[in-house]
Design a binder for this molecule. Sequence first.
Ligand SMILES: O=C(NCCCCc1cc2ccncc2s1)c1cc(-c2ccc(F)cc2)cc(O)c1O
Ligand SMILES: [Mg+2]
Length: 214
Amino acid sequence: TQTTRPQRMLAAVQKNATRGDPRSVVKAIDQFCRQKEWAMNVGDEKGCILDSVVTEVNPATVLELGTYCGYSTVRIASLLPPDAKLITLEFNPHNAAIARQVIAWAGLGDKIQLVEGASGDWIPKMKEKFGIETFDLVFLDHWKDRYLPDTKLMEECGLLRKGSILLADNVISPGTPDYLEYIRNSPRYKSQYFRSHLEYTKAEDGLEKSVFLG
Ligand SMILES: O=C(NCCCCc1cc2ccncc2s1)c1cc(-c2ccc(F)cc2)cc(O)c1O
Ligand SMILES: [Mg+2]
């Protein structure tokens, strides 16, 4: 029977990447997406911006909304300090199953907790289920119309502290206009736009980095 794109991406990782070497997993996925099939990973260009933010923040706790096949999950986790924890939410069970195998191939299983379900359901349970106080870094890369409601939900649930960083993908393409409007005009955030391109294309896209001021 016909394979899915995530399955073909996983096969490319298992064929071309070295077990236990996260950077080779990232490279294998980027090569697959450039040479074979486009896929909605944050990609290599925006990925370098993501790397610089993760390195700068050096977070102990990270929340990723939108795992997909685990590309950015592996990219972030490969840069975390030893005892740091990354929780990543994925809505689609098939993608989650592929992501688990990509994460395992990278050897990052002990740093990453992949949770299947909807952000709106899980955000209110983060403290009780995972013993999380607050997140040092949140990477938003899920449904674009959930960025704003979920940011408000994280505020209400006390998951953000003074200095927490929100990094949002796709603020231009596909675009998150209501989120940008809110975060750029709210006195509770200081925002910065990192102009780039939609993964593996020449179209404009970018990452919005916002510091929660408390
Ligand atoms: O939709 C995108 N990404 C979200 C997938 C939704 C997965 C979810 C995860 C989750 C977890 C918890 N609760 C709820 C949800 S929903 C996305 C789309 C494009 C794109 C850009 C131009 C195109 F022409 C076509 C696609 C590019 C990107 O970088 C993306 O990230
Ligand atoms: Mg994205």
